[in-house]
Design a protein around this ligand. Sequence first.
Ligand code: BTN
Length: 253
Amino acid sequence: MMHYDVRRFASVSSTMDICRQLAEQGAPEGAVVVADAQTAGRGRAGRAWYSPPGQAIYLSLLLRPSLPARRLSWLTMIGALAVLDALDALGVPPSRAGLKWANDVLLDGRKVAGILVEAALTADRLDYAVLGIGFNVNTDFGGAPEAVRAQATSVRQAMGRAMDLSSALDLLLATLAGRYARLPASPLPAYVARLETLGRPVRLRVGDEEVIGVAERVEEDGALVVNTPSGPRRVAFGDLLNECVHGQGQQLG
Ligand code: BTN
């Protein structure tokens, strides 16, 4: 099992930055940076991650897995599955929780956690990876930007009661270690089993382009294959536009 070295901070720019510094200094796998608040928490595609103090888990875990670079998305899947395991342990019914491609954990169809993996590669191997998790345990979105409020939730908001943050962190670290220990077995089957995206009409932003079709499958490297009117399209990195996930998206004809 992984040995953790947990470092706690009151406030940091982003736990990703601190953890990357540790990685560059040669820290071993299992270094964990946890902060009560972030002043520049970030998500995918350069977006900000709402990080008010003392309400949520902001963590970055240093990993040095023996994986080829093309398996990097396995770490995203492991992070997302670990959050689902933690939700389960917190008493959230599994029917209310699921995953949205590529890196979102949903509770009642709203985003309760996001996963961000940043990696350093040497040739085609992973040198190290930083697995970042933002987990909205008790977050009150009253002060959040409208775009966040519209799509996010927290365990507290969904379950109607606050959770003990430090036990939630312990739970999450335990479920993460458990999921990570299953490597080199692929996390893809477990990930796909909880993915709410497949079989649905989707609209994706891929760079400047929009891809519209039906989400067909996820490949071993994490790419989503979408059946579009002009044939199957593999999307390695893109943003699933939310409204389609819940079936109110543009009708395909
Ligand atoms: C996303 O949904 O786009 C990913 C969000 C990841 C947020 C977490 S919070 C802890 C870590 N530090 C960051 O700045 N980001 C990740």
